[in-house]
Write a protein that binds this ligand. Structure first.
Ligand SMILES: Nc1ncnc2c1ncn2[C@@H]1O[C@H](COP(=O)(O)OP(=O)(O)OP(=O)(O)O)[C@@H](O)[C@H]1O
Length: 697
């Protein structure tokens, strides 16, 4: 939302422009600029750090210096003691920063932003290759055990197969070679030495990766630093900039905003150039099925799984006749016939589902939200007048293939529809109509961004929602899935105060059932203010640590109604203040600090007295009982950061009473009940302002 829109919103509500718009939130901080700044796009292998190797020399060379604590204590404000000693370094870093978006110095590489590569294997061990016939025979059993551990939907899990993803990765890299500088051999040190069985879940992750690379393409046109995901949140943070028009960040936001606004106004031209007609979707699958036979065995399997997943999803919304066509018995036919049959079933489904949306759901002309994925509207089910949220996916982008476009949507659906938890929004079905793809979601009356903006939430209520958020993320982490785009806008809340997570378009699998091997994520996905610092510094990172950090930022936003910074980079003065005064000279010392480093990063005097830098920069704005856990959540080193399970062990968190859903007590009770032990109240706000979409309007 633009600043002016926010102003209007606040005026309507008789509010000041504090809250999330507070552009001068930290103007009282006495932070004079120390030596510039971190390399925004440099990349360091996290794996190397773990092994205690020396960091990349070139990276060190351009690392920034942090204002040390002693200068604060002496001068009362931050002065760099490095200015004289490091004039040459300053020159280098400064000139580098100026060129940040134009050219890169030879000694570093631009981070592979938004490209998520899946683990690769050069050769598939025989024990991982399951004959298709056997697989189908056992598919139902496997689906059952798989879904028990990963809760995957039957429609997805029954197509589980093992294969190599090498070719797929190569393909992705080729497609994105203009932004990708590292080679296959060294970009995945951890995964390349393991033969990882790749399941549908891997495929799902892979598809998300493909989708993300598309985002990167689009963004590179404007500014490689920002993600498309920034849009929905971006508007709200744009006003954090003290000088929005001079700020590259704001510029990118404006571009993003214009892009989205134009999409609404100029719907027809967009449709003409990007629209995916149903005939072309059908053609896509036809071509795919034929081309599968021309490729190597691995390719064939990859495509098969991808198509199967798409088909499986499509089947889940079909009529009974279609469902019977796809029954397990039908799949025990000859392989080729079988594939043709499945594809034929898909076509039938698409035909059958035409007009399904308008037949089943009535549009209530309320826009709940809009993001990079599409627009979310409020609809009513014709059958029983029950309200749902309908996510209408955007049309295909110019640089996206139809196949990638559809697979990305189907992958998100595959993941979301398998998740069953009180704190996860239920995804009911995927539908097609007139060349558009829709997803039907459980409707929640508010989104957390709008609730925070309302400035009506009480402390108990905030704590309740915070703990529910932790519970939702714990559920995901327990099944090996990370969300990677946790933010206020991706938490929706029911009228009775039950928080639910939405938007699994950026999520990634970090381990598979029965495996203890961590699959690190890579690429920058998510929204800048919620991103953890390591995602800008390491090629690969533990996505769980990112989720934990984002939870901390969300709590800070809920309490203060402000973002602590625009992004976690030293270029951002607020983030620099947070990193400063910790007794280290270089930012890399903070972000790479190993879990075994128990040194207190800032001395006790400082801890007590200084509130405008170091951890206190955030902590003093938060309730005291939250300090212990918040300092561990917002730990700069991902290796030292607390885990989701540890958060739940914190004394303060343990004591928080949350609203819980319990099943209906008796036959006379139709729906589950909500228990609210300490009787705190949950804010109800006018529906007009209950969603980010309403705030936009
Ligand atoms: N089930 C729901 N109930 C109520 N509102 C919803 C629901 N799902 C989404 N919304 C609203 O729509 C907005 C956008 O939804 P969503 O995040 O799924 O879209 P997106 O295109 O994936 O966005 P992003 O750009 O973050 O990827 C949310 O912030 C929320 O306000």
């Amino acid at each position: 939302m633009s600043f002016s829109k926010l102003m209007r919103y606040n005026q309507r509500n008789n509010k000041t422009t504090a809250s999330l718009t507070a552009e001068n939130a930290y103007s009282d901080n006495c932070v004079s600029s120390a030596l510039v700044s971190e390399p925004a796009n440099s990349s360091v292998s996290m794996t190397a750090k773990k092994k205690g190797e020396e960091p990349n020399k070139s990276y060190d060379y351009i690392l920034s210096c942090l204002p040390p604590a002693r200068s604060v204590l002496q001068n009362g404000c931050i002065q760099s003691s490095w200015d004289d000693e490091n004039t040459s370094l300053q020159k280098i870093t400064t000139s580098w920063i100026e060129k940040i978006d134009t050219e890169m110095p030879n000694n570093i590489s631009r981070i592979d932003s938004n490209i998520i590569s899946s683990p690769m294997v050069s050769k598939v061990e025989e024990r991982f290759i399951v004959p298709r016939g056997k697989l189908r025979k056992n598919s139902m059993d496997f689906a059952f055990s798989f879904s028990n551990s990963l809760s995957f939907h039957k429609s997805c899990s029954k197509f589980v197969s093992f294969t190599s993803k090498k070719h797929n990765n190569d393909e992705k890299r080729r497609q994105s070679n203009d932004i990708c500088n590292f080679t296959d051999d060294n970009s995945h040190p951890s995964s390349s030495v393991h033969n990882i069985p790749v399941t549908t879940a891997t495929m799902v992750r892979n598809e998300i990766a493909t989708a993300s690379s598309e985002h990167e393409y689009e963004l590179n046109e404007h500014d490689g630093m920002f993600t498309t995901h920034v849009y929905s949140l971006g508007d709200s943070i744009s006003s954090l900039s003290t000088n929005p028009l001079d700020d590259a960040y704001s510029e990118a936001l404006q571009i993003n905003t214009i892009h989205i606004e134009n999409a609404g106004n100029a719907a027809h031209p967009r449709k003409r150039s990007y629209a995916t007609s149903f005939s072309s979707i059908k053609r896509l699958f036809k071509i795919t099925s034929l081309s599968n036979y021309k490729h190597g065995p691995y390719d064939h399997q990859i495509n098969k799984i991808a198509d199967d997943c798409a088909i499986a999803s499509s089947l889940s919304e079909t009529t009974s006749s279609c469902a019977s066509t796809a029954s397990p018995s039908a799949m025990c036919e000859e392989e080729d016939n079988d594939e043709d049959q499945i594809i034929q079933t898909l076509y039938t489904n698409i035909e059958a589902s035409t007009d399904l949306v308008s037949r089943k759901y009535k549009d209530l002309n309320v826009v709940l939200g809009e993001g990079s994925g599409g627009i979310v509207k409020l609809v009513k089910r014709v059958l029983d007048n029950k309200k749902f949220a309908l996510k209408e996916y955007r049309f295909k982008k110019k640089k996206e293939s139809e196949r990638e476009y559809i697979k990305k949507i189907v992958s998100e659906y595959c993941i979301a529809s398998t998740l069953k938890n009180t704190n996860i929004c239920e995804t009911l079905e995927i539908l097609y109509e007139n060349g558009k793809i829709f997803q039907i979601l459980e409707y929640c009356e508010y989104d957390l961004f709008a609730l925070v903006m309302s400035e009506k939430m009480q402390y108990d209520e905030i704590c309740c929602l915070f703990k529910q958020l932790i519970n939702g993320v714990k559920y995901l982490h327990d099944i090996g899935l990370s969300h990677r785009d946790l933010k206020l806008d991706n938490c929706v809340v029911t009228q009775k105060g039950i928080l639910k997570l939405i938007d699994f378009g950026a999520s990634s699998v970090f381990h598979y059932p029965l495996s203890s091997h961590l699959i690190e994520a890579n690429g920058i996905v998510g929204s800048d203010p919620y991103l953890s610092p390591e995602v800008f510094y390491f090629e690969e990172y533990d996505p769980r640590a990112l989720d934990v950090w984002s939870i901390g930022i969300i709590f800070f936003c809920m309490i203060t109604r402000k973002f602590p910074w625009k992004y976690p980079k030293l270029k951002d003065e607020q983030f620099k203040a947070f990193c400063s005064g910790r007794g280290v000279s270089y930012f890399k010392d903070l972000v790479t600090s190993p879990a075994t480093d128990y040194n207190n990063q800032y001395d006790d005097v400082y801890k007590e007295q200084v509130i405008d830098m170091g951890p206190n920069f955030l902590l003093h704005r938060l309730p005291e009982e939250s300090h212990t856990i918040m300092s561990r959540i917002l730990e700069i080193s991902p290796f030292k950061r607390t885990t989701i399970n540890e958060i739940l062990q914190d004394d303060w968190v343990k004591e928080i009473e949350i609203c819980q859903v319990v099943s209906a007590a008796g036959l006379d009770e139709a729906s589950p009940r909500i228990i609210n032990k300490d009787d705190h109240v949950h804010t109800n706000i006018d529906q007009q302002y209950a969603h980010i979409g309403g705030l936009h309007q």
